[in-house]
Design a protein around this ligand. Structure first.
Ligand SMILES: [Zn+2]
Length: 339
């Protein structure tokens, strides 16, 4: 895949679909910061070739301004990306980048990437020492036989880690897996149990509860209703249905805007196909196949348009849209001294 670029199609899309909708202040609740060398001994994935070696806060702010023009990104929840590479190096990098953020112009918060076998007391120590506000788990770190895509949540987010989050008042960003995501009763039961037993832990279900196929979130969302400590981020979701289901069930206050940077800067789109979903990337498309040339745009822009569609269909007010893009996160992380 090619290096990130901002093309004419993106700029036209921004002028037409994004600028008229985008609030002035943005908190991005899903940002990956890392250096390409953190992948060692493995090599960085192809989608990073030709991009900077060091993707810290400064690079993030530069590139995110492509999709949120005008310096309106004023906050970010950041975590590493090299889950199976030099994870410790990546965590340390995130902590340093976040600590050096130019406040008050930019407020950055960090989450600690933790493998399931990490000693819980060590997590507590690291969080206190390096100032992380939360934790980030990921299924590829699960120590199980067979594909981790089928792992139950406990295999990559053990209860002891949730207890630490509860005791320390931490957020946890969870990208759940298993084919049907939130429509899967095994996932539903664990989320409900963790949230009820550990009310001071704040759970952020990434990718609209991994609603890449919106029907999974639509079907499963009611199973979580009544929980007071669950949020959802919008990151890398390019269809509107899951956002609508979340807002209808939980209110717009639980939806947090996020980009999944650098995924936001790949070109393509994710769509529901049958009971599954598929990522289409510009590199794999025949752009001149039909009577009209395809002009794919950045995933981050597709996602913004999907949020816009949901907001329109739900008749959200400007204030409610501003909440999704900033105030909900500010409240969750007490950015204005309130919670
Ligand atoms: Zn992500």
């Amino acid at each position: 895949m090619a290096a990130w670029t901002l093309q004419e199609a993106d700029q036209e899309f921004i002028a037409r679909e994004v600028e008229p909708f985008l609030p002035d202040r943005i908190f991005d609740a899903h940002v990956h910061l890392f250096c390409q060398s953190h992948y060692a001994p493995a090599v960085p994935p192809a989608y990073l070739h030709g991009n900077p070696e060091r993707i810290g806060l400064e690079a993030y702010r530069h590139y995110i301004d492509w999709i949120h023009p005008g310096g309106r990104t004023v906050g970010a929840l950041c975590f590493g990306l090299t889950f199976t590479g030099d994870r410790d190096g990546n965590n340390t990098f995130v902590a340093a980048e976040v600590a050096a953020a130019p406040r008050p112009e930019m407020v950055a918060l960090g989450q600690l990437v933790i493998p399931p076998e990490q000693d819980p007391e060590q997590i507590r120590e690291m969080v206190r020492r390096d100032g992380y506000v939360g934790l980030k788990c990921y299924h590829t770190m699960a120590k199980i036989e067979g594909p981790t895509w089928n792992a139950p949540i406990e295999d990559y987010l053990p209860e002891e880690h949730v207890r630490i989050a509860h005791e320390e008042g931490l957020s946890i960003t969870l990208h759940m897996v298993r084919d049907r995501a939130l429509a899967d009763p095994v996932n539903q039961a664990t989320i409900r149990r963790y949230c009820e037993r550990y009310p001071n832990m704040r759970l952020i279900l990434a990718h609209a509860a991994r609603g890449f196929n919106p029907w999974h979130t639509i079907e499963g969302i009611a199973s979580l209703s009544g929980l007071n400590n669950v949020w959802f981020d919008t990151s890398a979701v390019t269809e509107a249905g899951a956002f609508e289901a979340i807002v209808e069930t939980f209110g717009h206050e639980r939806l947090l805007y996020g980009t999944d940077f650098p995924i936001s800067h790949m070109r393509g789109r994710c769509v529901a196909i049958g009971d599954s979903f598929h990522w289409f990337y510009a590199e794999d498309m025949n752009l001149d196949e039909k009577h009209i040339a395809l002009r794919p745009v950045l995933i981050g822009l597709e996602s913004l348009r999907s949020i816009r569609l949901a907001a329109r269909r739900l008749k959200l007010s400007d204030q409610q849209v501003e909440d999704i893009f900033y105030n909900n996160a500010a409240r969750l992380f007490s950015l204005n001294g309130s919670r």
